[in-house]
Ligand binder design. Structure first.
Ligand code: UD1
Length: 365
């Protein structure tokens, strides 16, 4: 049997590919792992392979940074050659990054079946590059694995064939549940001088927040007020680091002793910091889900989300980037009025196994 091609490229892909790689291995399905190199800094890539015991990629494209078109085209060109040489029986892509759409598009044109893990999510906001990636990838995928029932509804509303849609649960939660015990050994809380339960955690990297100096400044205004009540830990994405330096916001944050700026953290350190935090502020997709799984209140610094289950059932609240709205929502949490939520259906740590079974059946193994 020809191998399955598993593709990862950017930080949020690695925790999704890890449990699936292991599940395919358990079923003894031949596979090879491709890293596009969209994220390449050791702190954005290598450390996740180490923390999550992901094997060395069989192929590394080394695409690196660039405009959307440059990045996508580079991955497509490299992927086409790889598919010609190795003739995979299926391409498995995860999430919504440029690597995801580039591989889906290349494989579909070469008549290689595509499986999309985390299908059906929609923010209905096409100014987000990820929304375009999600729409295109789902159009081209033969297997659509959804993390929540709203994903099925979105796909059906777009006219997708119901036979292709499989509600399997959230694969990131497989990794989170697997790693939670190990993360408890991390010494990062002491290293950063934090008191468990008595700090907030922030991540920020969306172009809509950090590439717009006014919006970024409005978030920093809120941080300064929140930091009067609790210290805020802020592991900074490379994009955010660059933008904050060029706008002077970095110096402003750095001079505030209660804002703790760090490099991007590895998976286990980050999980430890998140699981001991009082609450999280973020514009990431994955963190909205992980905080819901951990029962930690989350304030999402966006106007919309493609993960509405985290609002309806979980701990998430949308707050946008307005200073007062963010501060007021943080105050509610600090007053003990944060959401506690419940765990959404099938976020049970067994998603990768369900997906592997369906892939095996599709390939008639
Ligand atoms: C990408 C994903 C986004 C995801 C995020 C998580 C797309 C369209 N976006 O956004 O959905 O939430 O990853 O991190 O795919 N850079 C480095 N080192 C790295 C990687 C990036 O310095 O290892 C810098 C580069 O200057 C680059 C910028 O960060 O231009 C942005 O990287 P890019 O991969 O284009 O998008 P992200 O903002 O990371």
């Amino acid at each position: 049997m020809q191998p399955v091609m598993m593709v990862a490229g950017a930080r949020p892909n690695f925790m999704k590919i890890a449990p699936l790689y292991a599940a395919l291995q358990e079923l003894q399905l031949p596979q090879f792992l491709v890293h596009t190199g969209q994220h390449y800094d050791p702190s954005m890539s290598r450390i996740f392979f180490d923390d999550l015991n992901i094997p060395e990629p069989d192929f590394y494209m080394g695409i690196g940074s660039g405009s959307h078109a440059v990045q996508t085209a580079g991955i497509m060109t490299a992927c086409e050659k790889l598919c010609q040489d190795h003739e995979p029986s299926m391409a498995v892509v995860v999430g919504d990054v440029n690597s995801t759409v580039a591989v889906a598009l290349t494989a579909a044109k070469m008549h290689i079946p595509v499986a999309h893990v985390e299908a059906g999510l929609r923010s209905f906001d096409r100014t987000m590059p990820e929304e375009i990636n999600r729409l295109v990838t789902d159009c081209l995928s033969d297997l659509l694995f959804t993390p929540s029932r709203d994903g099925n509804e979105n796909l059906l509303a777009e006219g997708k064939d119901p036979d292709r849609i499989h509600f399997v649960g959230n694969i990131m939660i497989d990794t989170l549940l697997q790693q939670l015990d190990r993360a408890q050994n991390a010494v990062i809380i002491d290293t950063l001088g934090l008191i468990p339960g008595n700090y907030a955690l922030l991540t920020l990297h969306r172009p809509s927040n950090v590439d717009d100096p006014d919006r970024f400044a409005s978030v920093v205004d809120a941080l300064e007020i929140i930091a009067e009540s609790v210290p805020v830990v802020f592991p900074m994405h490379p994009r955010t680091m660059k933008r904050s330096r060029s706008t002077g916001l970095y110096q402003r944050m750095k001079s505030n002793g209660r804002l703790i700026l760090t490099e991007p953290l590895g998976y286990l350190d980050f999980l430890k910091v998140m699981s001991e935090s009082h609450f999280v502020l973020t514009d990431s997709g994955g963190l909205q889900e992980e905080t819901t799984a951990l029962g930690i209140p989350c304030l999402t610094l966006r106007e919309n989300t493609e993960r509405p289950v985290t609002i309806r059932q979980g701990t998430n609240t949308l707050v946008g980037s307005d200073t007062e709205t963010i501060v007021e929502a943080a105050r509610q949490i600090l007053d003990g009025k944060g959401k506690s939520g419940r765990i959404p259906e099938l976020w049970d740590g067994r998603t990768a196994r369900r997906i592997a079974q369906i892939i095996a059946a599709e390939l008639k193994v």
